[in-house]
Ligand binder design. Structure first.
Ligand code: ADP
Ligand code: MG
Length: 724
């Protein structure tokens, strides 16, 4: 056997297993070895049938009394049944979707079943247990069977239909016994392993799959989590090195002009905004491209910084020309946001007389209109693209539509990406490469890159996933903002909160009510029963609570046009209460909305709650946030209370990280990091070590010529974030 051999060539697989392995992305033996357990559980114990308890994982053996293939009562799902018996009693096994199981062990032979026990009035049963044929001798010598069955920790693997943890355990065990792991190359250089006391790959694989003691498993996990972060760092730092190897546009910003520009804002820039602007203009003065991330809480004023950066770009002539100007592309993740940026940019740039364009899936706009210098006008896509391509429109704002092939710039000098974690790396790069400037014999100049995010994330995570970016924090709120009043509300206080909303609405303020779901809960899903849905809640509120109010809904299943219409009406104050899902999470700006109610607070991560709360932090009016929770556990309440005490989003993000459990909302998957990688994210020393080692390699050997395995492993690898 060889690590690159296909699993299906070395194991006998049924169609469900084949399908399941495909779903898990496991093709060859090496993949299987790198499929790591998510935890360790007790080993299933061999028991007499009358000894088993409800809910426990157990192994039972017995003679097959009967087998049957049938359809399930309700869904018509094909199923197999088998009854086995030992000296002490009988148990029935049922398999759904696997009718062939009934034929695996014929009546009269002996079978071994492993799985979870269900005991009801009708008798004992097991659903979809593992099935093996055993010899009668084994059953006869019951005693010896028990003797060999020492109990220790067994690995538990994430399962999928057709591929059980138990199957994985056996399969991986077989690979280890055949020493397949010994022929896999360790990609971490020995010097690094020694320096940080990490086990070699071979040892770590044995320890993680078949630990003899806890410390083995821990040491092995540490190695794999280091490896993951180390690889991410290599990829990120290499990406950055590559981007910086291109020239960019040298922007000689005129301090005085910038000052004149910002003085028109109607507010004084915070010192954090001023500092951010300085860092950006300093980068512009160099001929290498800027790659900077501007990270700041909702409402910290990132758009004003983006506008100032834009101003400094469009005032600059392209390379070697003393006429014409550079262009700016500003991409936002939703149409609502793109439209809002378009409106704010019109305000920021109206006095300059330059044009601003908007491109989204539902149409294009241009400011100013030919007939009215104060207003924008709808224009055709082809017309807009023509003006962008010939440089007449210096600023183009848009959604993903911006990265389509047909969108071409004349001299793209700056790319701004708002809520950048919502875009894939590919999308960001595609926008950055949209330049048509080409100077004979030279490398293509690339635009400067300004990414922005309102998602505060822990420092360790930022160092990892943004390893290719310089970080600027906007850690200061504009003056005059009153801190938001946040309350965690028990179900009995609901009426009081509704009273409060009525008062605010009388003062002509507006409210958001956030529900975790769009539709009525699926009655089959027990867990969902208590979860409020946008549609039902809006109806209920209109009927029973706020009869006089204008209530509308907003959620992700609406078309962009519908959403835009609702948001417009909400901005104009024509809607009093907007019942929505977390789609309003990103950057929506309605200063008159001062109240937000979040239903099912326990279903959101702390960072997400903080983001939602930011929706009502847009003005100098006192803002309120009420978080409802139906949960009664102490843990949930403690977690929610943190939102009251934390000073800022960064603190909450750190808390999210330390409270993180399996499958929680705030897990690493959305950042493209596995559970095991998240172990490292909890450990700043490990992240820094991985970063330093990666930096050392890339600085001295950018092509990783001395580390062919590392080069192979990082080639074409991208860290993708998955956000919803
Ligand atoms: P975000 O960082 O969430 O993108 P925005 O840029 O949308 O924040 O700014 C939020 C609001 O605060 C806007 O209405 C903007 O005009 C206003 N604003 C920005 N900077 C300041 C400031 N320094 N002083 C007062 N208001 C500001
Ligand atoms: Mg914003």
């Amino acid at each position: 056997m060889h690590p690159k051999d296909l699993i299906e060539e070395k194991f006998r697989l049924n169609p469900f297993q084949k399908e399941g392995l495909k779903k898990l992305g496991l093709k060859n033996l090496q993949d299987l070895l790198f499929y790591l357990p998510s935890r360790y559980g007790d080993k299933a114990e061999l028991k007499h049938i009358d000894e088993v308890k409800n809910g426990e994982l157990a192994v039972v053996c017995g003679k097959v009394l009967s087998t049957k293939i049938s359809k399930s009562f309700r869904g018509g799902v094909p199923m197999a049944e088998m009854v086995i018996e030992d000296d002490s009693g009988k148990i029935k096994a049922i398999w759904f979707h696997q009718p062939y199981m009934a034929k695996k062990v014929p009546e009269g032979k002996f079978a071994k079943l492993t799985g979870q026990i269900i005991i009801k009035k009708t008798g004992r049963s097991m659903v979809n247990p593992e099935l093996e044929e055993t010899g009668s001798a084994e059953i006869a010598h019951h005693g010896s069977l028990f003797a060999g069955n020492t109990i220790h920790q067994t690995p538990v693997y994430p399962e999928t239909r057709g591929v059980s943890s138990l199957w994985l355990q056996h399969a991986i065990d077989k690979l280890l016994k055949n020493k397949i792991h010994e022929s896999i190359e360790d990609i971490i250089p020995d010097t690094i392993l020694t320096k940080y006391h990490l086990p070699s790959l071979q040892t770590a694989l044995v320890w993680i799959h078949t630990p003899q003691k806890d410390s083995d498993a821990i040491a092995a996990r540490k190695r794999f989590s280091f490896e993951e972060v180390f690889l991410i760092q290599l990829v990120k730092l290499k990406e950055r090195k590559e981007y910086e190897s291109n020239p960019s546009f040298k922007i000689s910003t005129n301090e005085k002009e910038i000052k004149n520009f910002t003085e028109r804002f109607g507010f004084k820039m915070t010192s954090a905004q001023t500092k951010a602007t300085e860092q950006i203009t300093n980068n512009f003065r160099e001929s290498k491209p800027m790659t900077r991330l501007l990270e700041g809480d909702v409402g910290s004023g990132k758009t004003a910084v983006a506008a100032t950066a834009t101003y400094s770009i469009i005032n600059t002539s392209p390379y070697g020309k003393d006429f014409g100007n550079l262009q700016v592309a500003y991409m936002a993740p939703t149409e609502i946001l793109a439209n809002q940026h378009f409106e704010s940019f019109i305000k920021y740039f109206k006095h300059t007389g330059i044009s601003v364009g908007l491109i989204t899936g539902s149409g294009c706009k241009k400011f100013p209109s030919k007939t009215n210098a104060e207003k924008w006008t709808a224009i055709s896509r082809s017309q807009l693209l023509k003006w962008v391509a010939n440089g007449e429109i210096p600023i183009l704002i848009g959604t993903h539509s911006l990265i389509q092939k047909t969108v071409k710039f004349k001299h793209l000098g700056l790319v701004i990406i708002d809520e950048q974690h919502r875009f894939g790396v590919d999308q960001r790069l595609r926008l950055a490469k949209k330049t048509s400037d080409f100077i004979e014999g030279k490398k293509l100049p690339v635009p400067h890159l300004l990414s922005m995010t309102a998602t505060p994330i822990p420092r360790t995570l930022a160092l990892t996933i943004y390893g290719d970016l310089d970080l600027t924090l906007l850690d200061e709120m504009p003056v005059g903002r009153k801190p938001i009043i946040t309350n965690i509300v028990t179900p009995t206080q609901r009426e009081d909160v509704y009273k409060k909303i009525k008062e605010e609405i009388k003062n002509s303020r507006q409210a958001y009510i956030i529900c975790p779901r769009i539709d009525e809960p699926d009655p089959d899903k027990e867990l969902a029963l208590n979860t409020k849905s946008v549609k039902a809640e809006a109806k209920r509120l209109k009927k029973d609570v706020f009869q006089e109010c204008e209530i509308e809904i907003l959620h992700s299943k609406m078309t962009p046009k519908e959403k835009e219409k609702v948001m417009d009406r909400f901005s104009l104050g024509k809607i009093n209460i907007l019942v929505a899902t977390s789609v309003v999470e990103v950057g929506v700006n309605v200063p008159n909305a001062t109240l937000i109610i979040i239903e099912g607070g326990e279903r959101f991560g702390l960072s997400q709650l903080h983001q939602l709360r930011g929706r009502v932090l847009r003005s100098n009016h006192q803002a309120y946030c009420y978080i409802f929770s139906e949960s009664r556990t102490e843990k949930t309440w403690n977690r929610l209370r943190a939102i009251k005490t934390a000073k800022n989003g960064f603190e909450l993000a750190e808390m999210d990280l330390s409270l993180r459990g399996f499958g929680e909302l705030c897990g690493g998957k959305q950042w493209g990091i596995s559970d095991i990688g998240m172990d490292a994210i909890k450990n700043i020393k490990m992240v820094e070590a991985a970063r330093n080692e990666a930096k050392d390699i890339i600085d001295n050997d950018p092509e990783m010529k001395r580390y062919p395995e590392l080069r192979e492993k990082t080639k074409g690898k991208k860290l993708e974030t998955h956000f919803e």
